[in-house]
Design a protein. Structure first.
Length: 320
């Protein structure tokens, strides 16, 4: 038994080292390239260039079989928003954030990596982890959603999602899905998941059935890298790997209706870790609060979106 455990630990360690090597390579590429690739408004073309630079740095293709773009000159361009920083809160700088959600006034977070994945209840104002459930070392946690007053946590490549009772913070059920899991959100009683491509999948967890699939486009341009998802006032917000742009998506058509450019919120030059990309969106519908954070970020930011970018975003207020 001890030999099996030792072998499992070695295998997990090798997986983590391989992941870190690849991720550091791509994150370094994005850190170096992001500012010179996305110098204007957020858009699918600029993000695609950023992704390809990361792929070149990694020496491998994230999406070797990209779907073709289509001509669509009839649609108006998406709205462009900047942001106003309302407040910032402390956040565990060691958290590899994969999902962030409000359930009432309670804040929950999913953290990833093999051997370090967890589900946490976090105190927003102090950043303290109030409760935590650790996943098996062979599972890599991903996106998090509130579905029927339960928490649903995805895993990356295991094809398993866990449903948690929120009072005991214990898994009470699980279901399977095909492909990778990246982000998750509940839309009209169905669960929507992203897999890092340009496609969103609607599933029914109670019977593991796929209800629908939807390609996400900006006009005719496919938008790859869809990551963390969050339903906000009838639309879906999505982090788009590896940018500092959030896409607002019409869940009925798959069209990007707006962009929120969060460049400068946590400047890349201030990030102490190569993998510290933006990831994590939570919306408090009762108070109309929008929170964002990232992997290894020391803060969770409460923001309001503003028309285009203003000078306010360059001079954020201190802790309150």
């Amino acid at each position: 038994m001890r030999g099996v455990r030792l072998l499992t630990a070695v295998v997990c360690s090798i997986r983590v080292l391989a992941l870190l090597s690849a991720t550091i390579a791509h994150a370094s590429a994005t850190t170096e390239a992001a500012d010179r690739v996305i110098q204007g408004p957020c858009n699918a073309t600029a993000i695609s260039r950023l992704q390809r630079l990361a792929e070149e740095k990694m020496g491998q293709l994230m999406w070797p079989h990209r779907l073709a773009d289509v001509a669509d000159a009839q649609r108006p361009p998406p709205l462009q928003y900047g942001y106003r920083l309302v407040r910032r809160y402390p956040h565990d700088p060691g958290a590899f954030t994969q999902g962030l959600v409000f359930l009432g006034e309670r804040l929950f977070e999913s953290t990833g990596l093999w051997g370090a994945s967890s589900l946490r209840e976090v105190d927003l104002h102090s950043g303290e982890v109030m409760r935590q459930v650790d996943l098996d070392d062979q599972l890599f946690a991903e996106g998090l959603a509130v579905w029927h007053q339960r928490l649903v946590q995805l895993t990356w490549r295991s094809g398993i999602a866990f449903i948690y009772d929120t009072e005991k913070l214990q898994p009470i059920a699980e279901f399977s899905y095909a492909g990778e899991g990246w982000g998750a959100a509940a839309v009209e009683d169905k669960l929507v998941i992203s897999d890092g491509t340009a496609v969103l999948t609607w599933i029914e967890p109670q019977n593991n059935s796929v209800v629908a699939k939807l390609s996400v486009r900006e006009g005719g341009k496919m938008l790859y890298g869809l990551n963390e998802l969050e339903p906000v006032e009838g639309k879906l917000l999505a982090n788009v790997w590896p940018s500092d742009c959030i896409a607002e998506i019409d869940a009925a058509t798959g069209q990007v209706t707006a962009w929120i450019d969060l460049s400068g919120l946590y400047p890349r030059k201030s990030r102490s870790h190569a993998m510290a990309v933006m990831n994590g969106i939570a919306y408090d519908s009762a108070r109309k609060r929008l929170l964002v954070t990232g992997k290894y970020w020391p803060y969770v930011y409460e923001i309001e979106r503003t028309a285009v970018q203003s000078e306010q975003q360059a001079a954020p207020p201190g802790d309150q």
